[in-house]
Design a protein around this ligand. Structure first.
Ligand SMILES: Cc1ncc(COP(=O)(O)O)c(C=O)c1O
Length: 382
């Protein structure tokens, strides 16, 4: 490997959410979705050069960045986009909120399958709009859409469907037939789909591919908002940046209007980092996938050796949705924090129970230590 993903980087002395959460320095934080890996020199160098120039005035996303994203999408998939469809924002969560402002009038609702990354349910609540959830079915560890409940619960008030593909926290990469079925329901019921695809560069399961929802059907393309961005793939969450791709002109103009005065302009360094990530860091990205695949196998083996826990995925990204239903623990998260000193996310935050979410994007030695601690904690249970 050209890049050193094994390197242990001390993050305790920098301002970051992941490592500052726990007062106890013994706790290994494996909760929030950022990686403990350094960006490669291919991204760091342009950032340094930008910083060394020393002047940090206002910056707008250059047209060139739209072209770069367009080329990236078109070389990785069958989707053909126009560069003018792209709107850059400081983060995908911002885009989820703006999508609610754009698509929902008072009394309208968003539907999303749960468990789901909490900002999906918070976005409609933030602007006092309704939110209705359907459930993902756990099919031998794969979290799948429940089309029956989507169909049943879709009332006339539901104007937008929040789709998350690859799914967070379940890790599912939805197949073409699954996405097509969803599209069919949305078109029949006149529902806009906002498809958050920011984990789509991180497919781990061999033989799986990411399919952009909007690429499958020209009609849904006109009724869709697709969210993409470099932050998960290249570990750039500290430089918020996401793209909302909106083919329909009216929706796009409304979306931009609703951003005005509320959505902050984009960080000058984020623009440099995004360009470098998308154009220079391809080899690093490939090696990252290889490293994450090995981490995933290690974690699956470790977790599945523990009575009461089970892990099948994730098919994409670095977030393991661990089934604790057979553990008989009231709070698997608390048990793991207290007995193993490992900090994971509780499934409550995703609107579920009896699961935990563990982020395995860290140097292998740290993951081995984590697995070892969890195994010991469970083996010592009375
Ligand atoms: C599906 C999904 N969307 C959005 C985000 C956050 O994106 P951003 O940091 O760009 O707001 C996350 C972070 O984990 C996520 O998993």
């Amino acid at each position: 490997m050209k890049y050193d993903f094994d390197e242990i980087i001390d993050r305790q002395n920098t301002i970051n959410k992941k490592w500052l959460k726990y007062d106890d320095p013994e706790v290994i934080p494996m909760w929030i979705a950022d990686m403990d890996f350094s960006c490669p020199e291919e991204i760091l160098d342009p950032i340094r050069q930008r910083i060394n120039q020393g002047v940090f005035g206002y910056a707008d996303a250059p047209e060139e960045l739209n072209e770069i994203l367009k080329e990236r999408i078109e070389s990785n998939s069958d989707w053909k986009i126009e560069s003018e469809w792209v709107t850059w924002l400081p983060g995908a969560v911002v885009a989820l909120n703006v999508a609610c402002r754009t698509a929902l009038s008072p009394g309208d609702m968003v539907m999303t399958p749960s468990p789901i990354y909490a900002p999906f349910s918070e976005a409609p609540e933030n602007m006092e709009r309704g939110f209705i959830k359907t459930f993902l079915n756990d099919n031998e560890g794969r979290m799948e859409l429940d089309f029956g409940s989507i169909d049943n619960l879709l009332t006339d008030e539901v104007k937008m469907f929040f789709f998350c593909n690859p799914q967070n926290p379940g890790g599912t990469v939805f197949r073409k037939d699954e996405i097509e079925k969803l599209i069919q329901i949305a078109l029949e019921r006149d529902v806009l789909i906002c498809s958050d695809e920011i984990h789509s560069d991180l497919i781990l399961e061999e033989g799986k591919e990411h399919i952009h929802l909007a690429s499958l059907n020209k009609e849904i393309e006109q009724k869709s908002i697709t969210l993409l961005g470099p932050c998960k793939t290249f570990n750039l969450a500290g430089f918020p940046m996401a793209a909302a791709i909106i083919p329909n002109k009216d929706i796009r103009e409304d979306f931009r209007r609703y951003m005005k005065g509320i959505v902050a302009h984009i960080d000058a360094v984020a623009l440099v980092a995004t360009k470098a990530a998308y154009t220079q860091a391809g080899e690093w990205h490939q090696e990252l996938i290889t490293y994450l695949r090995k981490n995933r196998t290690l974690l699956q083996e470790g977790i599945n050796s523990i009575d009461g826990l089970s892990l099948t995925g994730p098919e994409a990204s670095y977030l393991a949705w661990i089934d604790c239903r057979d553990s008989n623990l009231v709070s698997p998260r608390d048990f793991i924090l207290e007995k193993a000193k490992v900090g994971v996310y509780d499934s409550d935050w995703f609107g579920s129970k009896d699961y935990i979410r563990l982020n395995f994007a860290c140097p292998r030695a740290r993951l081995e230590e984590t697995i070892d601690r969890i195994q010991k904690a469970f083996s010592q249970r009375n």
